[in-house]
Write a protein that binds this ligand. Structure first.
Ligand code: TMP
Ligand code: ASP
Length: 248
């Protein structure tokens, strides 16, 4: 009856339908720059899976609904089947990555933001990008609403959940000596139309984690995918260090 299928869910995960259940499998694949760079690192999938489980459980306890159902060790989670909302939500506390590049191309920084790597963004910013285009591009609220992807209320709900995810993660991380510079999350809708936190959360693939002591000494030391993006060292080592630091 029910056929078992496996397909790609994004560049580093597979989505598996098995006997009416849905699973995300975190693979060892890693890509950057819209797939321009592609490799595999041993245990990378397991690290991102275990870290997502860690954060999904915390988000659930904090009252943020998520698609997470259960952990299937070492690198799978069972999830609620959702209709994925076709945007990526990016929350930034510090200037880095594509935001810094945009400033370099002449974009005007918002009030109180210094256009340099590592500058703190006083109240943080939440931005959106497309998800299913060949190259993800920044997208404004008008286009999201105009495309009928979300209603005003849903967009406000997503902003509020994102703000809380930021607050929760930033607080936990600071206690562990880590600065959450920025992160990306995704949302979906369940069969009743409720919005749930989807995909993965709080992993080095989807966050920028900076060591606080180094930052305070004037140096940015990343324990995240920037190590891979910019060839800054041993990727597997950076991923297992951040996992130990956060999850123990
Ligand atoms: P960015 O500075 O490249 O726009 O990235 C902001 C944050 O979002 C950073 O923590 C990496 C994460 N991110 C993803 O997880 N997936 C993506 O496709 C992109 C572009 C960014
Ligand atoms: N995840 C995206 C890619 O694989 C972009 C990135 O994280 O740099 O290309």
């Amino acid at each position: 009856m029910a056929s078992n299928t496996r397909e790609r869910a994004g560049k580093s995960k597979d989505i598996i339908r098995e006997d009416g259940k849905t699973f995300f499998e975190f693979t060892d694949r890693v890509t950057a720059f819209d797939g321009l760079k592609e490799d595999e690192y041993l245990h990378k999938g397991e690290v991102c899976c275990r870290m997502s489980v860690y954060w999904f459980e915390i988000m659930g306890q904090e009252g943020i609904p998520t698609h997470f159902r259960s952990f299937v060790p070492p690198n799978r989670i069972e999830v609620t089947y959702l209709e994925i909302i076709p945007i990526e939500v990016i929350c930034r506390n510090y200037v880095a990555g594509s935001l810094l590049q945009r400033y370099g191309r002449g974009e005007e920084p918002g009030a109180g933001i210094e256009p340099r790597l590592g500058a703190r963004i006083p109240d943080g910013i939440i931005e959106f990008t497309t998800k299913f285009e060949e190259r993800d591009r920044p997208i404004g609220e008008e286009e999201i609403l105009g495309n009928g992807w979300l209603t005003r209320e849903e967009l406000d709900q997503i902003r509020e959940y994102t703000r809380r995810v930021n607050e929760i993660m930033s607080g936990h991380l600071l206690e562990k000596g880590i600065i959450l510079a920025d992160f990306k999350i995704e949302f979906g809708k369940n069969a009743s139309g409720e919005i749930l936190l989807a995909d993965e959360v709080g992993t080095p693939d989807g966050c920028r984690f900076w060591i606080r002591d180094s930052y305070d000494a004037g140096r940015i030391e990343s324990l995240d995918k920037d190590v891979y993006r910019y060839d800054e060292g041993d990727v597997s080592d950076a991923y297992s260090r951040i996992q130990k630091r956060i999850c123990g």
